[in-house]
Design a binder for this molecule. Structure first.
Ligand code: UDP
Length: 258
């Protein structure tokens, strides 16, 4: 049994290349197993939940692209990315989103005692998110919370505060790609085995924004819901046709070459 577990852990994760950008072909269960392996390893590891927008950012931002290559885990998030995987013959098993990951990690913390730290969102939001999550998972170990609107002057104190709390998982909700770059830049000082970018997840758990109903998520229209809640997201939505066009062109080039 133990040997089977080790073999499973040693097996490399399957990767897809979406417009050349690396995304792992994992479902939620495999992603969570990988996170638990990272926690045991105790080295700093970065986890990125990548949607179509993440791929577009990576194509224009060399630093972020390098992080997508180095990350211990890049999960497939968003309808657009799942569609691209199917189109390019590298299907993803399912969506593995930051919002869902926060919930699963809190449950695992409740069951196994993993220490979590919530960093990001407006003042008071991460606290409220933590309170709401603790109502459902009372034994979860949330060892600290900190909002994401701090100045450079406050940064050293915040880094020291996080390191002193010794979290095993740092959930960073400061928007992509800032959250990933920030976490990776400070990895040595933070010393956290799982640093995961979770975007606006704390707003969802605090009840500041509502998640799309299941049926809208199922038909791939969560973006429409988000846009109604926050019209500033129009830039991301406008990017979707650009992403789709590039995927179709890429597929066409693949077929002509083959
Ligand atoms: N945020 C933050 N610090 C900042 C800017 C943004 O903590 O300086 C937070 C913001 O309050 C929100 C999250 O980052 O909770 C970004 O959410 P969004 O859904 O836009 O994330 P993305 O999809 O860009 O990853």
């Amino acid at each position: 049994m133990e040997q089977a577990l080790q073999e499973e852990r040693a097996a490399p994760l399957k990767e897809a290349r979406i417009l050349g950008v690396r995304v792992h072909r994992v479902g939620m269960d495999e992603a969570l197993r990988q996170l638990e392996c990272l926690i045991q390893r105790e080295e700093p590891g970065l986890v990125i939940t990548a949607d179509a927008n993440a791929v577009l950012i990576a194509l224009e931002d060399a630093e972020f692209r390098a992080l997508m290559e180095r990350a211990a885990l890049v999960t497939p998030d968003g309808f657009g990315l799942l569609w691209a995987g199917r189109r390019l013959g590298q299907p993803f098993p399912e969506r593995v989103s930051g919002v869902d990951m926060v919930e699963h990690l809190t449950r695992l913390s409740h069951e196994k005692g993993y220490r979590l730290y919530l960093l990001g969102a407006a003042p008071g939001v991460a606290e409220r998110a933590a309170q709401n999550l603790l109502q459902r998972y009372p034994n979860a170990q949330i060892v600290g919370v900190q909002h994401g609107y701090f100045s450079e002057t406050d940064e050293p104190a915040i880094l020291a505060q996080i390191a002193a709390a010794r979290p095993q998982v740092l959930l960073v909700g400061m928007g992509m790609p800032r959250q990933e770059k920030w976490a990776w830049r400070h990895r040595e000082q933070l010393g956290v085995p799982v640093m995961i970018g979770v975007g606006g997840s704390f707003d969802v758990y605090a009840g500041v924004v509502k998640r799309a109903p299941q049926w809208l998520q199922r038909i791939g229209c969560e973006w429409l819901w988000r846009l109604m809640q926050d019209p500033r997201k129009i830039k991301k939505v406008r990017n979707l046709p650009r992403f789709a066009w590039r995927v179709l062109r890429n597929k066409h080039l693949q077929e002509s070459a083959g």
